[in-house]
Design a binder for this molecule. Structure first.
Ligand SMILES: [Zn+2]
Ligand SMILES: [Zn+2]
Length: 242
């Protein structure tokens, strides 16, 4: 059963003190996917065919760039460019120059060139590699909620979630949970989200108050890293040094 396979990384994420354990699970997958992309695999034909076709989204292109292997990046980008140039020039030739780019020919009502570019601009080798396993991780949260009281305890005492993963958990819960399992999950997840958003909001408030000269000698309490923690809650950004 796949859910059992993923129980360890899911439990690990919920054991830490991250402001969103789901973000932490995703970040671990993301780092592994970047490492894979820039490891020996980019010289393998089937991986290269996929990176040539899909390319990378803005975020992952930046992560790949900062990963350091400049020769590898240049090789991957060169054959990706070869593919994009070949596809766009052949689709442009098929487009009637005078009637223009906007002539609707494909089944989705768009010209083949625009359809190709839309697909290209929304595809990313790293996002797709993360996506399937990430979905299984989410299923595993629900599986463990039903079957593992230790996990349930861990979940209930976590630091809550970012906006996006609160949405995701609320949306997906009815697909995997029923009856009292579902009711309890929804109630606890809502409370967790709300109370932990308030906690981080209060940390931000004290961070602001510390700028008042009258508080110069007051303790920071839990506010020193309020901004990076708030960035996880609001945008799912986990900084590498955090
Ligand atoms: Zn998150
Ligand atoms: Zn991506």
């Amino acid at each position: 059963m796949k859910e059992k396979l993923y129980a360890i990384p899911v439990n690990d994420a919920f054991s830490g003190d991250c402001e969103c354990p789901v973000c932490l699970m995703r970040k671990t997958l993301e780092d592994a996917a970047i490492e894979y992309t820039m490891g020996p695999s980019y010289m393998e034909d089937d991986t290269r065919m996929q990176t040539d076709e899909k390319g990378f989204c803005q975020k992952h292109m930046e992560m790949i760039y900062t990963s350091g292997n400049k020769l590898g990046i240049a090789l991957i980008l060169k054959t990706h460019f070869d593919r994009v140039i070949r596809e766009t020039s052949s689709l442009s030739e098929k487009t009637d120059e005078k009637k223009g780019l906007f002539k609707k020919t494909a089944s989705d009502g768009k010209s083949p060139l625009l359809s190709y570019l839309e697909k290209l601009n929304s595809s990313c080798f790293v996002c797709e590699r993360i996506g399937q396993v990430f979905d299984r991780y989410i299923d595993t949260i629900f599986y463990l909620w039903k079957s593992d009281s230790t996990f349930k305890e861990r979940y209930t005492h976590s630091n809550g979630f970012c906006n996006e993963h609160f949405r995701l958990l609320m949306e997906k819960a009815p697909d995997s949970l029923r009856g009292s399992d579902l009711d309890e999950f929804v109630t606890i997840t809502r409370q967790l989200y709300q109370s932990n958003m308030e906690r981080v909001r209060d940390d931000l408030a004290w961070f602001i108050d510390k700028f008042d000269y009258r508080n110069a000698d007051a303790p920071w309490k839990n506010s020193k890293d309020a901004i990076p923690r708030a960035m996880i809650k609001s945008n799912g950004i986990i900084q590498n040094d955090k």
